[in-house]
Design a protein around this ligand. Structure first.
Ligand code: ADP
Ligand code: TZD
Ligand code: MG
Length: 582
């Protein structure tokens, strides 16, 4: 049926029983539900207010945020955790743009997400006649996501949502934009034809079996290794191939390290885990096997001092995207396929007599790990007041150890870098952080999605600056009564709270915030529990209480303003003026 046909239906419809008709609103909802997409992260307004209402009436979970960016981050994290696209719904132009950062973030992190946005009328937008919230949103979205579609006719809604779903999850996952102009929602069509127009997506993430020759090549390279190293990335966590990952790592006998969000895929106290000997293994390994991890800036592009002598390593790389191969270093054995299929093929190919790597390598790595862990231990038990990062994170480390199903959200600079190395993870997909961009602002959106999608308790460990980006969503957390405990590491600023205005003027330095701020009072405004914690013992008590009760809680953790360093552990990326230094 064409849009003309729809019009006729509309007119004819006046004489007919209304239950025989459907409209754009209902078709969008029915298409989402048909594909088991039952949760929407949104901010309401023209033209999608009724879409949210009707979706809730149809039994969908509709979570209404205070700012679209956080609804978007929530959808991206829902995609990461569930392997189905998270759905974010926004209003036109400014709402769309607010959601777009999260759509780009999802794409950069290879997480499936669909940003559905209402938009203004095509006829007016294209003639630039100044519509309410006018913008050519499809054109703006295109370069920032994996795919972008617009639906003009009600009978194409099913196709639009099916295409968006497939584009988001197939191959390398990413963000997809779906543009729905206001007029579409009110378009009416015959209900039976409407139902028939919907598509249930069959096998949206088909297995991607690696070529046998590529498997053999990878095994040859691995077999030749005297000092192998496996690096697990968040693609391996996303793949939900947990048994294959464990099976392969253990059968290989190789030391492994985990990128931040792959922590816990195997427990961080696993005997092969070399996280505490990271510098040693990166420098010394002769064969490095990347599993769902890119050789991007987070691994210094596989170059530089930390990687030892140039040319001293061979790489094996498992990824679903063939174009990732050779992006930064020549790959001796590219293995293109989905992680589960690739690892199972490798496990089969290893047979029953696979020999473990040379004992001296395994022992050197284990000795170094154990020595570093032992050296760190006393610092984590300090009870200093004001707290430093080690004392405060030592307390939280124990809490996660005792409650390994808790999902840890983490952002900030020092707060991020210290937490990543101090807090051990024991279960897959329990750590969500700033991801590939190192973006601040993912905190509350991620926490909300983690709670909504899993029902597990959530602990968000936030720098005071990082928290500020999404702080108003504390109201959302209280409104939905989510089991989220937010700990703000309050060192009164970005990196440190000690900078001074060099002119002696009354404006504070750009990196410092209000001294002695009480973030805990923010949550009290919305009926949540606020606690001011000045010692690791206080902090431990407050967080344990929060997780046990499941009540929305915000702990203001008072951290020594002198404790941090510039840019945390990536100060080397920070350009500094040599001429203006005193
Ligand atoms: P990290 O930041 O943890 O190092 P990256 O985001 O850089 O991880 O890398 C994740 C990689 O995983 C991406 O290159 C992506 O294409 C890949 N990937 C995602 N899902 C799968 C899958 N199911 N099978 C194989 N590779 C995958
Ligand atoms: N804006 C965005 C969206 N992302 C960013 N990464 C930054 C700005 C720059 N930035 C960082 O890279 S870390 C950080 C900013 C503003 C905040 C660090 O302060 P914090 O953490 O209080 O969160 P610590 O513990 O004081 O180091
Ligand atoms: Mg800070």
């Amino acid at each position: 049926m064409t849009s003309n046909g729809t019009k006729q239906d509309n007119e004819a419809g006046q004489g007919e029983a209304p239950q025989n008709l459907t409209d754009g609103f209902h078709l969008v909802i029915d298409a989402l539900k048909l594909n088991d997409l039952n949760t929407i992260y949104t901010v309401p307004g023209i033209p999608i207010t009724d879409l949210g209402r009707l979706a809730q009436a149809a039994g969908m979970r509709v979570l209404s945020f205070r700012h679209e960016q956080h609804a978007g981050y929530a959808a991206s994290v829902a995609g990461y955790l569930t392997k189905k696209p998270g759905v974010c719904l926004t209003v036109s132009a400014p709402g769309f743009l607010n959601g777009l950062t999260a759509l780009a973030h999802a794409t950069v992190n290879c997480w499936p997400m669909i940003l559905i946005s209402g938009s203004s009328e095509r006829e007016i937008v294209d003639l630039q006649q100044g519509d309410y919230e006018e913008m050519d949103q499809l054109a703006v979205a295109k370069p920032l996501c994996k795919a972008a579609f617009r639906v003009l006719n009600a009978e194409d809604i099913g196709t639009g949502i099916a295409r968006a779903y497939r584009a988001a999850v197939s191959g390398r996952p990413g963000g997809v934009y779906l543009d729905l102009p206001a007029k579409l929602f009110a378009q009416v069509m015959d209900a039976e034809d409407g139902a028939k127009s919907l598509i249930k997506v069959i096998d949206p993430t088909p297995a991607h079996i690696p070529a046998p020759a590529a498997v053999e090549r990878a095994l040859d390279v691995l077999k030749g290794a005297k000092k192998p190293l496996i690096i697990l990335g968040k693609g391996a966590a996303y793949a939900q191939a947990d048994e294959a990952v464990r099976g392969f790592v253990e059968k290989s006998g190789s030391p492994y390290i985990a990128m931040s969000m792959a922590k816990g895929l195997l427990p961080d106290d696993h005997p092969q885990y070399a996280g505490a000997a990271r510098s040693l293994v990166l420098k010394e390994a002769d064969v490095v096997m990347l599993i769902g991890a890119r050789l991007n800036w987070l691994l210094s592009h596989g170059k530089g001092k930390q990687w030892g002598e140039p040319g001293s390593k061979k790489f094996i790389h498992i990824d679903i995207d063939p174009r990732e191969m050779d992006s930064n270093q020549p790959i001796a054995a590219p293995l293109v396929g989905d992680i589960e299929s690739c690892l199972n093929a490798l496990i089969d190919g290893m047979g029953d007599n696979w020999s473990a790597p040379p004992a001296e390598w395994v022992e050197v790595v284990r000795d170094k790990s154990e020595a570093n862990v032992a050296r760190m231990a006393p610092r984590l038990q300090n009870n200093n007041v004001p707290m430093d990062f080690h004392g405060a994170l030592g307390a939280l480390r124990t809490i996660i150890k005792d409650r390994p199903d808790t999902i840890l959200i983490n952002e900030g600079a020092n707060t991020l870098d210290f937490a990543r190395s101090i807090i051990d993870m024991y279960r897959p997909r329990k750590r969500i952080d700033v991801g590939t961009w190192g973006v601040m602002g993912i905190g509350m959106g991620s926490a909300i999605a983690a709670a909504v999608e899993t029902g597990n308790p959530v602990l968000a460990v936030e720098g005071d600056s990082a928290f500020g980006f999404s702080g108003m969503e504390i109201e959302t957390i209280c409104r939905y009564q989510l089991p989220i405990c937010v700990v703000v590491f309050n060192n009164s600023g970005i990196y440190r709270g000690t900078d001074r205005n060099p002119t002696g003027g009354s404006d504070p330095a750009p990196t410092v915030f209000v001294k002695d701020a009480r973030y805990d009072r923010i949550i009290e405004a919305f009926g949540g529990v606020g606690v001011n914690a000045t010692s690791p013992d206080d902090l431990s008590r407050a967080v344990t209480q929060a997780i046990t009760s499941g009540k929305p809680t915000l702990v203001n953790a008072v951290i020594n303003p002198e404790a941090g360093t510039e840019s945390g552990r990536i100060g080397n990326l920070n350009p500094q003026s040599v001429v203006s230094k005193k």
